[in-house]
Design a protein around this ligand. Structure first.
Ligand code: UAG
Ligand code: ATP
Ligand code: API
Ligand code: MG
Length: 482
């Protein structure tokens, strides 16, 4: 591709239009000869400070905010929003995307909804993919992921690969970071969805209103006029979301008890399944959802809404819910103790998710709810005492342990949680914490190991050590003779 092919995104004049572009990069350390370097203003550094390094490595041009860089000896293209320019340029550079793409935002449930939507499409016979926290799943492909919403260059490289492999449908997660940082501004979306809004990332978004607004970029800026917006109707933030989607000129499709598109008429919760009655255009559908956790009904309805909004018949979409598999580490039963006590791994690492999970297992626990959890370092510190308080209120036995302390002092993170739940046991080593919890299981108890879900590492002081809650629970159960 020539630079001139990007002229509407990267305005420039003169002979440089003929320069060949071999790639795009926003990290000076990874620039190759012929790349365009995008100097992004970041949370820790300003990419402009690395523009000269990028040029030394062979960058053919530099894109930056007006006045951000001086003379570099290569063309400098000034744009007001380099992050958006990067996303749009990446979309143009890589070109192909699956024909039908949807994105889901919300504090909790994104991974589950993306996975469920892929599964509904698969059952309808399409080659479908999901992209998000747990990685990429597509026919013949299952990659572990790092970010919930990948950076634009990785994202568009991936979308091209998927499209070339024949994938026609893809569901992706839109994290608030991803939306705010314009990571998906180049994706051609057919529909969007919202699950719920709770406390999260208050280290990044100054207020909850701004956090909501970042999520609403999906509706106000990314979806084309008239596109369907599937909104879960039973959340405190549903109304504000429906309003935002309506004002953006989208077709608002609400799902849930208060939903008009898919109306939840009745639901019976059982331990490992939920039986629901859902009305769509006057017809009642009985659904036997094979998943634990009443919040999964909400996720399943949002996924069905997305599938119907993108052309699957309601009969088919709702029937497909009966065969859903939960995303890895989302209230996943990983084993049973000799006493019959059940052990779950769950990804709750924020207050609302923790509340939901603890409330979901309570009705089926005749003994005690035993909870092992911690909070991540270099992330929203305000959630630590809130999660401690919820643990105290909703679990019977609490073990506070480590969960990716990153650059922080692990003991200080634990202390912040323990302030709200002083009677909890403190066992920093997560393996020991899980062993101790499994060892105390009696008949009727339920164990929840929360916070890491599908993760396969524990990050301590900049080092990632292999670690899996699944493996640790299974190992501890084996040691008990289960
Ligand atoms: C806090 C945050 O979101 N950071 C993201 C952000 O980086 P940043 O803008 O803070 O980067 P920075 O360190 O300030 O540097 C600014 C710029 O200078 C560049 N640079 C820096 C150093 C250098 O030597 N040369 C150089 O060119 C950097 O590449 C960057 O472009 O933009 C980068 C490029 O897109 C992301 O990789 C990076 O994600 C980091 C890895 C991260 O951990 N993000 C997490 C918090 C995140 O995004 N999580 C969300 C969702 C979580 C959830 O919902 O639970 C996700 O979507 O995964
Ligand atoms: N609809 C929901 N309402 C409340 N809590 C939920 C809901 N769906 C999932 N959860 C809880 O949140 C956890 C994470 O679920 P999931 O991975 O689907 O959400 P996510 O939005 O992708 O989260 P993340 O932003 O961390 O990737 C689950 O393990 C469960 O504890
Ligand atoms: N995508 C989330 C994951 C958090 C998972 C939890 N295990 C932690 O490390 O805090 C984040 O980066 O904030
Ligand atoms: Mg996710």
């Amino acid at each position: 591709m020539k630079l001139g092919d990007l002229a509407d995104i990267l305005p420039h004049g003169g002979p440089i239009s003929d320069a060949m572009v071999s790639g795009l990069s926003s990290d000076s350390r990874r620039v190759s000869a012929g790349d365009i370097f995008f100097a992004l203003p970041g949370t820790r550094a300003d990419g402009a400070a690395f523009a000269d390094e990028a040029v030394r490595r062979g960058a053919a041009a530099v894109v930056a905010r007006p006045g951000a860089v001086g003379d570099l000896g290569v063309p400098v293209i000034a744009v007001d929003d380099p992050r958006r320019a990067l996303a749009l340029a990446a979309a143009r550079f890589y070109g192909a995307q699956p024909a039908t793409m949807v994105a889901v935002t919300g504090t909790s449930g994104k991974t589950s909804v993306a996975s469920f939507t892929r599964q509904v499409w698969e059952q309808a016979g399409f080659a479908a993919a999901s992209i998000g926290t747990t990685g990429v799943v597509a026919p013949g492909r299952e990659d572990y992921g790092e970010l919930t919403t990948p950076d634009p260059v990785s994202l568009h490289r991936l979308l091209k690969e998927l499209a070339e492999a024949g994938v026609t449908h893809a569901a992706m997660e839109a994290s608030s970071h991803g939306l705010d940082q314009r990571r998906l501004d180049g994706v051609r979306l057919a529909a969007g969805a919202f699950t719920n809004l709770g406390r999260d990332h208050m280290d990044y978004h100054p207020t909850v209103e701004q956090y909501h607004q970042a999520k609403m970029r999906l509706f106000s800026e990314l979806l084309p006029q008239g596109a369907p917006a599937v909104v879960f109707a039973d959340d405190p933030w549903s109304e504000a979301t429906e309003r935002a989607a309506g004002e953006a000129g989208l077709t608002v499709l609400t799902v849930g008890r208060k939903g008009a598109f898919l109306t939840l008429k009745r639901v019976e919760h059982e331990r490992h399944r939920q039986r629901a009655e859902v009305e769509h255009e006057g017809t009642i559908h009985e659904i036997d959802l094979p998943l634990a956790g009443d919040f999964q009904v909400a996720n399943a309805l949002v996924a069905a809404g997305l599938a119907v909004a993108t052309g699957i018949g309601a009969d088919k979409a709702l029937a497909a819910l009966e065969h859903l598999k939960g995303a890895s580490g989302r209230l996943e039963l990983v084993g049973t103790a000799p006493s019959g006590a059940q052990c779950y791994v769950d990804y709750a690492h924020k207050p609302d998710a923790l509340r939901n999970v603890l409330e979901a297992v309570r009705p089926f626990t005749t003994g005690r709810v035993i909870l092992v959890f911690g909070c991540g370092g270099d992330r929203d510190a305000g959630k630590r005492p809130i999660m401690g308080g919820l643990a105290r209120k909703l679990a019977d036995v609490v073990i506070v342990t480590d969960d990716n302390p990153r650059s922080e002092d692990p003991a200080a993170i634990r202390r912040a949680i323990l302030e709200a739940v002083p009677e909890a046991k403190e066992i920093g080593d997560r393996r020991e914490a899980i062993r101790a919890a499994v060892a105390m299981l009696r008949a009727g108890d339920t164990l929840i190991v929360a916070g890491k879900g599908h993760e396969i590492g524990q990050e301590i002081a900049g080092q990632k050590y292999p670690f899996s809650d699944h493996q640790e629970v299974r190992q501890a159960l084996r040691e008990m003779g289960a």
